[in-house]
Design a protein around this ligand. Structure first.
Ligand code: PMP
Length: 412
């Protein structure tokens, strides 16, 4: 694809989408491609050496989240972990306990919403709970929504679009008091904020390697020991991932996941403080120069590395095209001539004109102050330029409502 800006001149602010592999992770993985290549299922020396490497990686992951060794299952990523923890658990609960209802949030990642769709088509009673304008789940609503037939709740711990962080401990307490199992998609939280599965009490948790400077193609499913029976595959070899996953374990990426988890743990507070400082610099740099800027998500309960920001009067995609030297994600999309806004922002009841002007920026451990300053300059310049030619901005400036305009333009 033709690109007029050289890649190395672009500031990467999309760490919630993926992260580069840490060179220390790559170094740890390399011997496992050619030198230590055995199949961990083999009984001979090659197999045992490979199994030792997978065990060592599992120990590093379990230490990061305070799980037990046999509660950590390697998967191909968070998508697969989400699928196992929702579809398989619901199927098992339906069969064993007649539980017919699955609850999740309207703001979930697509990988969970897809599972909810599948379950619905399979006859499960699926409930998508709305959230507040800050992206947080109302705990009273949760308590009222749980029925006798509810088997499982799945919620995203840190939302991938807004960074809003749910109160996992309280959510789990409410569910457990009512006999409901809990899965959390912790993909954007794992290795970034302190996580203790025993303290949170969750039954299942999903995570991914490539969001924490590990390799792509590997993730983790935490299954609390007593509930592992709900996710075992009938006929699977109990020696492979405790009967939860089949096939040959991909050793290099598991080793990489282990190393990434180890590094995440040792650098967690330092990285968290770093992204918090840069978030503050970024937000104040923008709001100091522009009016009508909105930060979508919870100001108090969030992971600071994700900043969903609306530049009212401009379309998110237009900003992305104008600000060529930064790589961010858009909250809106233009498909088949129809403008749609992010399902997450829509579920938060963010007004359409604010939602469609949003971009998601995400800060990582490698982000520098200079990069943030460059992003501020690019975004301020882009916004001024776009607002100067924006009829929506004129309407906003005149104090009139833009709701009608947006309805007529077919925003969903
Ligand atoms: N859940 C969330 C919240 C995510 O952000 C992502 C990645 N975008 C996933 C699940 C899927 O992760 P993976 O790429 O490891 O399948």
């Amino acid at each position: 694809m033709f690109c007029c800006v050289k890649l190395r001149e672009i500031v990467y602010l999309d760490y919630a989408a993926t992260t580069p592999c840490d060179s220390r992770v790559l170094e740890e993985m390399l011997p496992y491609f050619c030198d230590i290549f055995g199949n961990p299922n083999s009984m001979h020396h090659f197999g045992v050496t490979a199994l030792d490497a997978v065990d060592a990686a599992r120990i590093k992951v379990k230490t990061l989240i305070n799980a037990n060794f046999e509660e950590v299952v390697f998967t191909s990523g968070a998508t697969e972990a989400n699928k196992i923890a929702t579809i398989r658990v619901m199927k098992a609960l339906r069969k064993s306990a007649g539980k017919q209802c699955f609850i999740t949030l309207a703001t979930e990642h697509k990988s969970v919403l897809d599972c909810a769709d599948y379950l619905k088509r399979d006859g499960v009673d699926v409930e998508l709970l709305p959230v507040g304008t800050d992206g947080l789940l109302d705990l009273n609503l949760l308590a009222d929504s749980v029925k006798d037939t509810t088997g499982l709740l799945s919620f995203c711990l840190v939302n991938n679009e807004t960074g809003a962080k749910q109160d996992a401990k309280k959510i789990t307490e409410i569910c457990h008091e009512r006999g409901v199992l809990v899965h959390t998609d912790a993909t954007q939280a794992f290795g970034k904020i302190q996580l203790d599965v025993k303290e949170l009490g969750v039954d299942f948790l999903s995570a991914s390697g490539h969001k924490i400077y590990g390799p792509k193609g590997v993730g983790v499913l935490y299954c609390e020991s007593a509930n592992a029976r709900f996710v075992r595959t009938p006929g699977a070899n109990r020696d492979v991932e405790f009967g939860i996953r089949s096939g040959t374990v991909p050793i290099p990426v598991c080793v990489g996941m282990g190393k990434a988890a180890e590094l995440a743990l040792s650098e967690l507070s330092q990285n968290l403080a770093h992204v918090q400082t840069l978030r503050n610099r970024f937000i104040s740099g923008i709001t100091g120069q522009l009016d009508e800027i909105y930060i979508n998500g919870s100001p108090e309960h969030n992971y600071p590395g994700i900043v969903n920001i609306s530049f009212r009067g401009c379309e998110g995609e237009a900003i992305m095209m104008e600000a060529k030297h930064i790589a961010v994600s858009s909250g809106s999309a233009c498909t088949s001539n129809k403008l749609t806004i992010s399902h997450a922002l829509a579920a938060m009841n963010i007004p359409a004109d604010i939602a469609q002007s949003s971009i998601r920026t995400s800060i990582g451990k490698q982000t520098t102050e200079a990069e943030i300053d460059l992003a501020i300059d690019e975004l301020v310049t882009a916004t001024k330029k776009l607002r100067a030619i924006s009829p929506i901005w004129d309407i906003i400036q005149s104090g009139s409502s833009v709701d009608d305009v947006f309805k007529r333009r077919g925003f969903q």
